[in-house]
Design a protein around this ligand. Structure first.
Ligand code: 48H
Length: 254
């Protein structure tokens, strides 16, 4: 016999246990777009404890919409092995590859969860925790609290390393700049995203994937936004390579 209160109890207890298990992690990730999901998979499959927090109901960020809502993404040769590792089908076309953006997002999410990363939706990172000049955790709140404009105090989780993967809005770096001051950029400040130049942007997004403040790494579109590099439009190889690089850089330190 189905019992509504048993269903309720199962949901509350399972979800609370998952959250409690993520209070102390090796890596916490802000943002569940392609770069955050890729980083989550490569870290978790090396047995690191990973929690990823996504503001929206659905993870996948800007990948769902392909280019201007045509649900296709383009990926260059260098990133094709990452598509293969996630089992994302692709077609060769004039020296580059195309993939179905919906299949790609679904498989990125599956890859990260299968590797053991804990993915949380509807939770926003609103601040960071700092000890001895190093970022060592995220301050979290339900996204609905912000949307409704409620005054509700947040909760906090602790992480050995944090990753800023919030894409264009660069939310974590903005908080750090506002509250802490100097970032590891040429001017010490957010340099700001520049206009479209796919080739340059795709090269720079990998170079810009690095520690931007002690304990805080930046990946994906956020990496170009903080270091003043151009945008690239709907080519996603750089996002995939950046997510993999941030995982490798952090793994080398864990
Ligand atoms: C929790 C948050 C918060 C927060 C935002 O935008 P994304 O897809 O980011 P990337 O860097 O993985 O991929 C970028 C790509 O999608 C893109 O936009 C490209 C290639 N643009 C090129 C161009 O020229 O326009 O995902 C970021 C995710 C989103 O799902 C947000 O909802 C989420 O982060 N997010 N999650 N706490 N404070 N802020």
């Amino acid at each position: 016999m189905l019992d509504e209160t048993k269903i309720t109890k199962a949901i509350i207890e399972e979800s609370t246990a998952r959250f409690l298990d993520s209070l102390h992690v090796d890596v916490a990730i802000a943002g569940g777009g392609p770069s955050g999901l890729i980083a989550a998979k490569y870290l978790a499959e090396q047995n690191k404890k990973v929690a990823l927090f996504e503001r929206k109901l659905s993870l996948g960020g800007g990948m769902w919409g392909g280019g201007m809502m045509y649900p296709t993404i383009v990926v260059q040769e260098e990133a094709k092995p990452i598509l293969n590792e996630f089992g994302i089908k692709s077609k060769e076309r004039e020296g580059q590859y195309t993939a179905d953006s919906i299949e790609a997002v679904a498989k990125l999410i599956a890859g990260a969860t299968d590797a053991g990363a804990k993915l949380f939706n509807c939770i926003s990172v609103e601040d960071v925790m700092i000890r001895e000049n190093k970022i060592n955790g995220f301050v979290l709140n339900w996204s609905t609290v912000d949307i409704a404009g409620l005054h509700v105090d947040p909760l906090t989780i602790e992480a050995k390393y944090c990753i800023e993967a919030t894409g264009h809005p660069l939310e974590v770096c903005k908080v750090v700049q506002r509250k802490v001051g100097k970032l590891n950029t040429p001017t010490g400040k957010i340099e700001g995203e520049k206009s479209m130049w796919a080739g340059k942007a795709e090269r720079l997004v990998v170079e810009n994937t690095k520690e931007v403040y002690p304990g805080l790494y930046v990946t994906g579109m956020a990496a170009n936004a903080v270091f003043g590099a151009p945008r690239m439009g709907p080519i996603f190889g750089g996002m995939l390579l950046s997510g993999k690089k941030v995982a490798e850089d952090i793994l080398a330190r864990l």
